[in-house]
Structures are given as C-alpha cells and as structure tokens.
Design a protein around this ligand. Structure first.
Ligand SMILES: [Zn+2]
Length: 289
C-alpha cells in the first residue's frame, strides 16, 4: 500500500514507495494545526517558537527511499508528543491529576507534556486547565501518535527482523536561557542516542560520518541526548535502533519569522542524499542478519 493516511489535526502517515526498508522517521514537533481550544495567552508568533517548523517537509523524501514517515500535525506547545505521560506539571491544573506523576527537569522549566511557559518565559495560559481537558488532549493526540509510531516500528521489525528509527527535530542555533547550553552556538546537527543506549553506536557513527562528509558539523548527545520517543522505542538488544536527529534551524529558516531561508532547498537536497545513504546502511545491516 502506498500514499498518505491522515488523522485530521492529529497525524499524517506517509507510506513507503516500492519495497519498504526497515527505516521509520517521525517528526513529533513540526505540527502547525492549532486546535480551537488552545487558548494560549501569548501571541501565536511567540507560541510557534516551540515548533520544529518545516521538519516533516524537509524529510519528505523518506517514502522515496522506502522509509515510513509519521508527522504530528498538532502543535508541540499544546501537547508535547516527546514527553512521557507522567511529565505533568500540577501547577497547570485546576484539579488533581488522578494518576501518578513524575515531573522531570523539563516540567520544572515549563516545557513538560503540556507547556506552562512559552519560549520567552511568559505564561502560556491565563487560566488553569482541568484534568478532563488534559485527559482529552492525551486521548485525542498523544495516544494515536504513539500508537502510529509504535505500529510502524513493529511492522518493519516483523518484516525485516530489525528496525532503525530516526526521531526528527530542529533546534535554535544558540542555546536559550532555559537550555543546557545557554548562549552557545550549536553544531549544524546534534545526534542523540542517550549516550549510546538507544541504538547501535555504529548507526550513530554512520549518520555522523555521512553528515560530516557533506560538510556539516555534528555533535553527539550534546546538548540533546534524546527524550521520550527514542527512550521508548530504542532497544538495540532487540534490534530496535532509535536515533534523535536535531537540525540547526538557521540552516533552513529565519528563526523569528519561521520562513524558509536561502539554505532550505540545499538542506532538503542534502537530507534526500542522506536518506539514500541511511537506507543503504539499513538494507546492508538487514542482509547481514
Ligand atoms: Zn523537537
């Protein structure tokens, strides 16, 4: 089966063209479809600074190399698909959350499962959210997204005996006040394998080398190691390899306006070549199994 399957406002699932390879990409943060009940206090332009704008479009050649691409359509600030369901900030809610919570450092920074603060530090809401509202967001968006990514990985693993997962993001060019590297200029790409635990380190090394060969600078696990999606799905002992890949936003867009810049077309071409190389790596690895 080929083509695109969409759950309106939630996700788009791009199926591989031709014979599929054991490669699945997901883009959890590039959604631009703002739900009607997202009554954020700051201006939309400020809220949109949370997005990894354009990332799913930049990787759109994935189906042409036989990979699956799943993209979230809902905005990250509304519900962050790369956070765990326990990463809930009680300060957001007007009533008690009925399940165990385990707020992380991200929640303390205002950027947990539901963002309490916009990128500029201003309050996201002028009110508290009800537990029922949060439950509805999780049921409508988080669960279907995770189910789609999990099902695509399982299907590839069943078909090929192994699967490689690229969890696709973009990052500000310079760390902001709430990042782990405030004021520091980032590399062009940051690969995160949770310090060598979410995929075979040879996969990370292959992607890093392929990017460097194309003239890009690459850092690994600094400042981003990978969060919920690679943590959940990366189990190299079971031949399930998850790697987070962060692209520096200034390579392809104006960070203030979110408009593509002069580098966009080149980056898209380079990612298409990178996808061909990764598909080759994956096919070779499957053939050796
Ligand atoms: Zn992201």
């Amino acid at each position: 089966m080929t083509g695109v399957v969409e759950i309106a406002g939630v996700l788009r699932h791009h199926r591989p063209r031709g014979a599929g390879v054991a490669l699945v990409l997901d883009s959890p943060h590039s959604g631009e479809s703002y739900p009607a009940d997202f009554d954020h206090a700051p201006p939309r332009a400020q809220v949109r600074q949370a997005e990894d704008t354009h990332v799913a479009r930049l990787w759109r050649h994935a189906p042409a190399v036989g990979a699956t691409l799943i993209e979230a359509l809902f905005p990250r600030a509304y519900l962050d698909a790369n956070r765990s369901l326990a990463d809930i900030d009680p300060a957001l809610l007007s009533d008690r959350w009925p399940e165990p919570i385990a707020p992380t450092r991200k929640t303390a920074q205002g950027i947990g499962l539901v963002w309490r603060l916009a990128r500029d530090g201003s309050q996201m809401y002028a009110r508290k959210l009800s537990a029922a509202e949060l439950r509805a967001r999780i049921d409508r968006y988080w669960h279907p997204y995770h189910a789609a990514v999990g099902a695509a990985l399982d299907a590839a693993h069943r078909a090929h005996g192994a699967v490689w997962h690229l969890n696709c993001h973009s990052m500000p060019a310079v760390g902001d006040a709430r990042s782990d590297d405030p004021g520091r200029e980032r590399a062009d790409f940051v690969l995160g394998d949770r310090d060598g635990t979410s995929c075979d380190p040879r996969f990370t090394a292959f992607v890093a080398a392929a990017l460097r060969a194309r003239g890009f600078s690459v850092a690994c696990n600094d400042p981003y190691k990978g969060v919920e999606l690679v943590r959940r799905h990366g189990r190299p002992g079971e031949a399930r390899h998850s790697l987070q890949i962060e692209i520096k936003r200034t390579l392809y867009m104006d960070e203030a306006t979110l408009e593509p810049n002069a580098g966009y077309a080149r980056l898209e071409r380079e990612l298409a070549r990178l996808l061909e190389a990764i598909a080759g790596f994956v096919a070779d690895a499957c053939a050796r199994r």
